[in-house]
Structures are given as structure tokens and as C-alpha cells.
Design a protein around this ligand. Structure first.
Ligand code: SF4
Length: 492
């Protein structure tokens, strides 16, 4: 994924620093509680929410099972409609393709629709290196870009900023990028929105190239769909002469009928709206309206490896609504930056380690960035069992590194670190398949319980400093069972 977050410290360190920032915590608490309460009311209005949720899950699972078929179908329908499809195995290849396409137009600036996929591959940085300026047009992304900041939320990337901070950023930075902020700008929402509108308008009218992602791609017609709240996306999708859409391969759905489900669940889960304010759909190009050239860049970037994992693949169902972030007690306190990825919160904790592997410190720590309370699963509109995947990924971190394919087999590479934990788990695994040794060990532990330490030595000391070690019983359970029930356990 993107180099933007390379070198981030492990989650516990980054989160420790973030929780000390009281302004950040207040901003996050206010924003997440407001959105989560509104979402709960919007969802409660629908009697068939559970059925919609199940339908969304099944559509996504079906599509992922037949991804190869639907991707080929999509390529055919997009091409038939006048578009060109490009395939990118990873971030570097995707960036090379997009940079080349922009250079071919002779332009040195582009306007962008809010897009997680382009952030994931670090497209803005790649374009900048090639001398191409990429202007974010979503209000929150604009705040992040002008503030030389990183996004901290999927839907509201500047959720960590309050109105006063936004006014200061606009006043200081807008002039460096184009039309300056109006004199005497206050922090009222209407004035801030007007300043952004005026600043962006000249860019929309000048730009010859637009870059977007997509929320969905309909295989049967080759139609791409972007849902957004501001209308800036629609300007980028319709005004420029060339449109380049960079989309993850998992965003495909088979038919228009399937879209019906997600256009009900996504707005309610993300912005608590019954219907999305701006839903833009386009199919290839037309001679009379919209872009004259359309390129679709389909990115893998770790998705087929994720698909190979039977438990972890459910993360690819995600429709990026961010409901799981808004209910997560860990996200609410630590904020999005601590996750070291464009995908923060619970979904980031299961998606980033799968897309990037668990070799780095930050990625190996992400599966532990959760209390496993399960609130994320409860609200997820496509029923991703995030706690299940977190536990699965913890196992991967402890037992071995990232899963990779060798022929038809998924194999685990040895992980860095956690050697003691891995050794302890292997010893436990051995004991559980050797009942005689387990019984002898339990009896020995019961007999020597008076001499057991109250704290763990070495690196385990930090763990036991805030916890009571479990007491070993005076009599092992198996012996108690035999004594009180008078028979041996079966098979022993
Ligand atoms: S995991 Fe579920 S709740 Fe979280 S962003 Fe994705 S779809 Fe929404």
C-alpha cells in the first residue's frame, strides 16, 4: 500500500500518544457519538434491515466466489461502452498507469473525487513526483490536503479537526494552492463551505482530467457508481474531458438488482441518510455529454491474497460505510492516525494486515487494536465478523507471517518478533495432543502452587503488573472429575 504511512510505530505506541491529545479526543467523541446515534435511528426505521444485511452479505460472498468471471464480464462491458480497462497488480503498477495516462493528455493537474483506493496506493504522491498536481475536491479531503495532514476516518477524513482549526488551515493555506480564503473568514459552517466552494470552483472549470474511485461497479452493464454528499464528485465526473477511475477489484457486483440493496444500506450506515444525496453513475463514454475518454484501472494490491484466506476474505465485503469506526471504543479514543493506514478503525485492523501482510511492526500490531467487544460486527451492513477475523489474524501473527500462495496452497511465512509467544503456543499445542504429559504437568503445577511467583519474569512482567495471575487449583479438574464421578474421561 501507500508509502505515506511507512515507518509508523506499532499501534500501542501511536495510540498512547494520541490519547494524550485532549482536543483530538473531544473532537472524536463528539463526532462519533453524533453519527452513531443518527445511524441507529435511520436503521431502526426499516423493518427489513436484517434481511437487507443478509442480502448484502450474500451478494458480496457470491461475487467474491466468482470474482474471475465477473471481472472478465466487467472488462467486456466497459470496453463495449467505449472505456479502456487497465489491470494493476500492485500500487506501483497502478501509479505508473495513471501517471502515464495523465501525461498522455498533456495536462499537469487533475481534480479528484474522494477515493480510498487512490489513497491506498499513494497516487497523489506519485503524481507529484511526476510533476502533476492533484487537487482533492471533497471538503474533508481538501482540509486534510491543505493541512498537510493524513486522513483519520474513512468517511470524514478530517474528523479530528474542529471548526476553528479548519478556519486557520483555510486562511493560511488556500492562497498557496489557488484562490485564497475570503478576508475575515469565521468558523461558521456556512462561511467555511463557501470558502471551499469558491476555492474549488476555478479548479473544476479549468481541469481537463478527473480521477475517481468507485463505490460499486456493475458487471452486467459496465456501470460505475459513486455515492457522495456534496456534489463535488459529480463535478469531477462530468466536467473534465478525461476520466480515470481507480477501483479495487472487490468493488464489483453482478447486476443492477444487487445495487438496490447497497443503495439502501450504505447511506443509512454511513451518513444516517435514507437516500444518498448525490449518486453518480456512468457507463463508458458518450459523444454528447461527460468525459470523452474513460479509463478504468482495476487494482489487486493484496486482494487476491486476502481472497485466498477462508476466514479473512470476508473483509473484502466491506462497502466502506465506516459504521464500525463510529461505534468502536478503541477508535474513539485512539483516533484514526494510530492505525497507520488509510483504513483506520476495526475494518483497518483486519484489512491492512491482509493487504500489506503482517511483516511490519504496525501491521503485526493491528489485530490487537481491539477489545473484541463486537460492536463493529453488530453495525456492519454486510455482516463482517470483525472479531472473528481479528482473532484469526492474531493467530497468524503468533504462528507465522503473512499468508502467501504457493500453487494451490496457502502457506505462512515466518513472522518477525513474538518468538516467546510463538514458542509458548507451540508448547501448549504439543501438550494438548499429549494428554498424559498434560495430566502430569497439571499435577505438578498443583503440587508446587505454593512456590508459584505472583508476577511473571522478563517481558511478561509488564503484563502481570496490572493483572492477577490465575491461581492454579489445589486439585486438577481431571482428578476432581475422576474422584467425584468415579470414572475416567473417555479416550484417556
Ligand atoms: S467493515 Fe462493515 S461497518 Fe466497517 S466500514 Fe466496512 S461495511 Fe462498514
Amino acid at each position: 500500500m501507500s508509502g505515506t504511512f511507512v515507518g509508523m510505530p506499532a499501534f500501542p505506541k501511536a495510540a498512547h500518544e494520541a490519547v494524550g491529545n485532549t482536543t483530538l479526543r473531544a473532537n472524536l467523541r463528539h463526532a462519533t457519538h453524533t453519527i452513531r446515534d443518527k445511524r441507529a435511528k435511520a436503521v431502526a426505521e426499516l423493518d427489513d434491515w436484517a434481511l437487507l444485511r443478509e442480502a448484502g452479505k450474500q451478494i458480496k460472498d457470491h461475487t467474491l466466489r466468482h470474482l474471475d468471471t465477473y471481472l472478465v464480464q466487467l472488462e467486456e462491458t466497459v470496453t463495449a461502452a467505449g472505456g479502456t480497462v487497465h489491470w494493476a497488480a500492485d500500487a506501483d503498477e497502478a501509479n505508473r498507469i495513471v501517471t502515464h495516462l495523465v501525461k498522455e493528455t498533456g495536462e499537469c493537474e487533475v481534480v479528484k473525487v474522494k477515493s480510498m483506493a487512490t489513497q491506498e496506493i499513494g497516487l497523489n504522491e506519485a503524481l507529484e513526483e511526476a510533476g502533476i498536481a492533484a487537487y482533492e475536491t471533497d471538503l474533508a479531503e481538501l482540509i486534510v490536503q491543505l493541512g498537510h495532514d493524513r486522513p483519520s476516518h474513512i468517511l470524514v477524513p478530517a474528523i479530528h479537526r474542529n471548526r476553528g482549526e479548519i478556519r486557520d488551515i483555510f486562511t493560511k493555506e488556500m492562497g498557496e494552492w489557488g484562490r485564497p480564503a475570503p478576508e475575515g473568514l469565521t468558523d461558521t459552517p456556512a462561511e467555511l463551505a463557501e470558502a471551499a466552494r469558491l476555492h474549488l470552483r476555478e479548479k473544476f472549470l479549468r481541469a481537463k482530467v478527473g480521477i475517481s474511485g468507485a463505490n460499486f461497479m456493475v458487471a452486467e452493464t459496465g456501470t460505475l457508481v459513486v455515492v457522495e454528499s456534496e456534489g463535488n464528485g459529480r463535478m469531477c465526473l462530468t466536467l473534465p474531458e478525461t476520466l480515470i477511475s481507480v477501483v479495487g477489484i472487490e468493488k464489483i457486483i453482478p447486476t443492477w438488482r444487487d445495487l438496490e440493496v447497497f443503495l439502501q444500506t450504505l447511506p443509512r450506515s454511513s451518513t444516517a441518510e435514507r437516500m444518498n444525496p448525490y449518486t453518480s453513475m456512468w457507463t463508458g463514454t458518450t459523444d454528447t455529454d461527460g468525459p470523452r475518454a474513460f479509463h478504468l484501472v482495476l487494482i489487486d494490491n493484496g486482494r487476491t491474497d486476502t481472497l485466498a484466506d477462508e476466514v479473512g476474505r470476508q473483509a473484502l465485503r466491506c462497502i466502506r460505510c465506516s459504521a464500525c469506526l463510529n461505534v468502536c471504543p478503541v477508535y474513539e479514543r485512539a483516533g484514526g492516525h494510530a492505525y497507520g493506514s488509510v483504513y483506520p478503525g476495526p475494518i483497518g485492523a483486519i484489512l491492512s494486515p491482509q493487504l500489506r501482510g503482517t511483516a511490519s511492526e504496525i501491521d503485526a500490531s493491528l489485530p490487537y487494536a481491539s477489545s473484541l467487544c463486537g460492536a463493529c460486527y453488530e453495525v456492519c451492513p454486510v455482516a463482517i465478523d470483525i472479531p472473528e477475523v481479528l482473532v484469526h489474524l492474531r493467530e497468524r501473527v503468533v504462528q507465522g507471517g503473512p499468508a502467501t500462495r504457493q500453487g494451490n496452497r496457502v502457506v505462512l511465512k515466518p513472522a518477525k518478533g513474538h518468538a516467546a509467544e510463538r514458542a509458548a503456543m507451540r508448547a501448549a499445542g504439543w501438550a494438548f495432543v499429549h494428554p498424559g504429559a498434560l495430566r502430569a504437568g497439571q499435577r505438578m503445577a498443583s503440587r508446587t502452587r505454593r512456590f508459584h511467583p505472583r508476577t511473571l519474569p522478563g517481558p511478561g512482567r509488564a503484563w502481570s503488573a496490572t493483572r492477577d495471575l490465575p491461581q492454579v487449583p489445589a486439585e486438577p479438574f481431571r482428578d476432581w472429575w475422576q474422584r467425584t464421578h468415579g470414572k475416567k474421561e473417555s479416550g484417556k
